[in-house]
Design a protein around this ligand. Structure first.
Ligand code: BGC
Length: 516
């Protein structure tokens, strides 16, 4: 059994597999799944700030935005529930899809789930690109959401399973890198398409979502299934062959034995969903809920979705707003590289805590800057250049803080801390909670800005403190721990050890069938 011969307190397994080209290409291809998510996160904010789009589908919002006088309350000029529903409906669909995707990933493998995600996303992109009426937009958004639910359910666990454990952090973060590249590309395209004279630029912005969808479909067709998933589906021989190929060595017996044992233990668990409620999975369930909840409560998506709107609110023109959104999008992608290169060296906890401190300081500065000019009546008069510049700089530093902490770690950590028997179910909880709060933030942001004004940034700063304390006290370090050995980090944790079953107890369960 995995962990059976490991001394307590050390997880020092040393599987010999290296970072092969095959595993690298496999992980890059899988990470394309992040592109479709990122493209969508980045595209809607820009599209909803394009006048021809608003005139065609949301004429009331258009009229309201254009009738507002400079002396009116600027905090409230974009407050429209219908418009935000366009952005947020997708995340509700993703939430539903991720629950079904858990069954598909377990029964048919991670790969098929990725392909299904790509196909749904492609259909959604086509419907949106050719939309004539609001219902086409909404149905299209829902199809995109189903696609994202499938991709986000399967990609992070797939990558964590095929990556050699020493590089698991960096390889998994390719998923987040792909998300940020998707967002950045969407920002650039919005900027370019908004200038199209025929007013049809939004069609291109929405329709081009089909490109990352095609990339993931084609990529996933050539991907091997993960050894863990093959074993889970009774194909042990094939799993071993695959393990030899991805590790680039024949010396995989020990890792293979542990994989089989982990799989045997997981077969004892017939109902992963209800098992998650048992006390032995309390730490896992807590993390599957808390990490995505806190990730969204950093307030990052206020920037992702509404940077153009936010920049317009603080007095930028239409083009300058899209341009600034592009700058913050670029910072996001670049700063993600920092975590890729450091996560397996400095570990997850340090990045979480540093990123938290950085975001907290920036949020306070942004709140103070906006508060000092806009006050509570949202009427700033003429804004000096230095003001706009200060806000953009601090937003970039804030985004960088997120990009090397909660952004990538919000997907990496959940994908590596669950034992195989509940991995798919727990990952679905993770994706669902992420989507619920992505939905909530997208839906209520404009209204929160209207009511809480600059205090909105203080609200998010408060949560950053809470989440940093949570990480400090409750999250064990998982750097360099093989995924089959992950139970040890819980067994050795001063708080969680009383909940989890020890390796020895699990050994007893797995022992009868573990000789393959
Ligand atoms: C989050 C998204 C966010 C993105 C920004 C992802 O990890 O899940 O909600 O928009 O990072 O880069």
């Amino acid at each position: 059994m995995a962990g059976g011969f490991i001394e307590k307190g050390s997880s020092e397994k040393n599987y010999p597999g290296k970072l092969t080209l095959r595993v690298f290409i496999t992980c890059v291809t899988a990470a394309f799944g992040g592109l479709i998510f990122g493209y969508d996160l980045g595209i809607s904010g820009g599209v909803t700030s394009m006048d021809p789009f608003l005139k065609k589908f949301f004429p009331d919002v258009y009229a309201k935005e254009h009738n507002i006088k400079p002396t009116d309350n600027q905090y409230c000029k974009f407050d429209s529930q219908v418009l935000t529903l366009f952005t947020s409906s997708l995340y509700l669909a993703a939430l539903v899809a991720s629950i079904f995707a858990s069954k598909v990933t377990r029964a048919f493998g991670r790969r098929l789930t990725m392909i299904s995600g790509g196909v749904l996303f492609l259909a959604g992109a086509a419907l949106n690109g050719f939309a004539q009426q609001v219902w086409m937009l909404i149905v299209g958004r829902m199809l995109l959401g189903f696609g994202i639910g499938c991709a986000n359910q399967s990609v992070p666990i797939y990558v964590s399973e095929v990556a050699p454990y020493k590089y698991r952090g960096a390889l998994n973060m390719l998923f987040q890198l792909a998300i940020t590249i998707g967002i950045f590309v969407a920002n650039i395209l919005n900027y370019l398409f908004a200038k199209m004279e025929n007013g049809e630029g939004w069609r291109y912005s929405l329709g081009l979502a089909g490109v990352p969808a095609i990339m993931i479909i084609i990529g996933a067709m050539f991907l091997p299934d993960s050894p863990n998933s093959l074993i889970e589906r009774g194909q042990a021989e094939k799993a071993k062959e695959e393990l030899i190929k991805i590790r680039g060595t024949n010396d995989v017996d020990e890792e293979f034995k542990d994989l089989v044992a982990a799989s045997e233990a997981s077969k004892q668990v017939k109902h992963p969903w209800s098992s998650l409620l048992k006390s032995e999975y309390r730490p896992h369930l807590t993390m599957a809920i808390a990490i995505p909840f806190f990730q969204q409560l950093t307030g990052m998506n206020v920037i992702t979705f509404y940077a153009p709107v936010l920049f317009k609110t603080i007095g930028f023109g239409g083009t300058a707003s899209l341009m600034s959104a592009m700058i913050t999008g670029g910072c996001n992608a670049l700063a993600t590289l920092v975590s890729i290169f450091t996560v397996d060296k400095v570990g997850r906890r340090k990045l979480f805590l540093e990123g938290g401190a950085q975001m907290f300081i920036c949020q306070l500065v942004i709140a103070a800057a906006i508060g000092s000019k806009f006050g509570t009546d949202g009427n700033p008069g003429v804004l000096p250049k230095w003001f706009a510049l200060t806000v953009v700089v601090f937003i970039c530093v804030y985004v960088a803080g997120f990009a090397w902490s909660w952004g990538p770690l919000g997907w990496l950590v959940p994908s590596e801390i669950f034992p195989l028997e509940v991995r798919s179910a727990a990952q679905s909880v993770n994706v669902s909670v992420n989507m619920i709060f992505t939905f909530a933030i997208a839906q209520v942001f404009t209204s929160m800005l209207c009511h809480m004004k600059f205090g909105l940034f203080i609200f998010f700063a408060f949560f950053v403190i809470v989440m940093s304390i949570f990480i400090y006290k409750f999250l064990p370090e998982t750097k360099g721990v093989p995924i089959e050995e992950i139970s040890l980090v819980w067994e050795n944790h001063p708080y969680w050890n009383k909940f989890v079953k020890s390796s020895a107890q699990k050994n007893k369960i797995a022992a009868p069938d573990s000789q393959v």
